[in-house]
Design a protein around this ligand. Structure first.
Ligand SMILES: [Zn+2]
Length: 128
């Protein structure tokens, strides 16, 4: 289950951001993941909810945008966007994958950011 380790690195990164930027609660995280990563979205979501426990990301919704694979022929330079391992143009198998290994954070929605919203009790909001 490599989804868990992927998710953990993302959560570590975002939890760190959350701390620095005063995010108390993150409501949604959108990731862009290339097909070559071979993640199963449902497993990813489940791993996320488990790994997010106890962080500002607890309860956040995880959205996954799957990015297609793309390759390019090293021999003739022809590019394609599907799972091909030999060039449809010249037949060379000397190809490289140009997209599909992405693992990026596309966007993060923060629900409760540090701003003195609660004007009634500015003194007693020191709880963690
Ligand atoms: Zn080619």
């Amino acid at each position: 289950m490599h989804e868990l380790s992927l998710v953990k690195s993302i959560i570590d990164l975002l939890a760190d951001h959350a701390e620095k930027n005063g995010w108390h609660r993150v409501s949604r995280v959108t990731l862009r993941i290339g097909r070559m990563r071979q993640v199963i979205p449902d497993v990813m979501k489940f791993s996320f909810s488990v790994a997010a426990e106890g962080t500002a990301l607890e309860g956040a919704e995880l959205e996954i945008i799957e990015l297609p694979l793309a390759g390019r022929c090293r021999a003739c330079g022809y590019a394609w966007e599907e799972e091909l391992f030999s060039c449809p143009k010249c037949g060379s198998s000397d190809s490289e994958i140009t997209h599909g290994m992405e693992l990026d954070i596309d966007s993060v929605e923060v629900e409760d950011q540090d701003a003195p919203k609660d004007k009634h009790s500015p003194i007693c909001n020191g709880g963690r």
